[in-house]
Design a protein around this ligand. Structure first.
Ligand code: 5GP
Ligand code: ZN
Length: 143
């Protein structure tokens, strides 16, 4: 099991520090964020120490894919939320503070004032086509 002795989420996985764990399996652990954006804010964390989503082997990322809807259904039932946001902050520039891959599930309630809408842009002539071509090549190369 890959582990980083300086990592707070590795310490939670190995029960060195406490957390309010709501689910665990051979690949993942899910617990309450200790500074919730709303009550019931969950974190889904890999048992092994990977820093980023883009490092995950396919068996672990498949498990994330299957646990997300499970956790989402539990969150709606337990909190009474009307919906939730799923968030993965990938890299410091995206706001990743804990260097161990994790997925936030943030319960949303009518009038909760959490906000979300970022300022959206638009593409200059030709840019979307250029990006589409580059993405198609990148997907082909990495699949
Ligand atoms: P991010 O790295 O995506 O910015 O967010 C890290 C999240 O981990 C934060 O929402 C923070 O509140 C949560 N967090 C950091 N340390 C602990 C901890 O020791 N226990 C728990 N339960 N959550 C933590
Ligand atoms: Zn870790």
């Amino acid at each position: 099991m890959t582990r980083n002795s300086d990592c707070v989420f590795c310490k939670i996985v190995s029960v060195e520090i406490p957390a309010s764990v709501v689910y665990e399996d051979e690949s993942l652990i899910c617990f309450l964020d200790h500074n919730p954006l709303s009550p019931g804010h969950l974190l889904i964390v890999t048992r092994e120490h990977y820093v980023k989503l883009t490092e995950l082997p396919s068996d672990v990322s498949s498990k994330v894919g299957s646990v997300l809807p499970l956790a989402g259904r539990a969150l709606l039932e337990v909190t009474g939320a009307k919906g939730f946001n799923v968030l993965c902050n990938e890299g410091a520039v995206a706001g990743q503070l804990v260097q161990h891959v994790h997925f936030h599930l943030i319960p949303r309630f009518e009038g909760d004032k959490l906000g979300y809408r970022w300022v959206a842009g638009s593409y200059e002539e030709g840019k979307a086509a250029q990006l589409t071509d580059a993405f198609q090549q990148a997907f082909t190369a990495s699949s």
